[in-house]
Write a protein that binds this ligand. Structure first.
Ligand SMILES: [Fe+2]
Ligand SMILES: [Fe+2]
Length: 175
């Protein structure tokens, strides 16, 4: 992991870690995934706007907290992903406001709401960075400890299918 020099990233991460409700192993995994998504954002955008950095860092932020509704209580994977996006968007807004970055809260929450499926240029970008981070640094050991093989296969398919042509091309070149 590169040295974190960006003060916005540091502020968000500190708050997220301070508020988090999960065990250390999960915290490490989620923090690494958030930072890898930010690294991909910097690879693709060069000088990303602060709301994009916040979106990349916070896109999965509900995973830093205890699950309100167990995964097996959802009828399908898509409804689980929709609730995950809604929860993460709400938490991200609160976190940004609590660190004095209210001006980033609205745009960031809008992007996070769409991060799993895309739909705007910014949401598509974060979705691609998320998928690239997943395949580049997928922490398979962690997933295999917490998910069944079938669920992991579903996740891999979902993360691949949703990528833009450009992101699929990038992925080809890093493998
Ligand atoms: Fe997500
Ligand atoms: Fe993610």
């Amino acid at each position: 992991m590169k040295k974190i020099t960006n003060s916005l990233i540091k502020k968000i991460l500190n708050k997220l870690i301070e508020e988090s409700e999960v065990d250390l192993e999960r915290l490490r995994h989620e923090t690494n995934h958030a930072l890898h998504t930010v690294e991909w954002l910097y690879q693709i955008e060069k000088k990303p706007a602060p709301f994009l950095v916040a979106s990349a860092l916070l896109h999965d932020c509900d995973r830093f907290f205890k699950r309100r509704r167990p995964k097996n209580k959802f009828t399908d994977y898509i409804s689980y992903k929709k609730e995950h996006s809604k929860n993460s968007a709400a938490i991200a807004g609160k976190i940004l406001k609590s660190i004095g970055k209210s001006e980033l809260a609205k745009k960031t929450a809008q992007i996070i709401l769409l991060h799993e499926f895309g739909g705007t240029r910014e949401a598509d970008l974060i979705r691609d960075c998320d998928s690239l981070a997943f395949f580049d640094k997928n922490h398979l050991d962690y997933y295999l400890k917490t998910e069944s093989k079938e669920k992991l296969a579903k996740k891999i398919k979902f993360m691949t299918d949703r990528m833009s042509i450009k992101a699929k091309q990038i992925l080809k070149n890093i493998r």
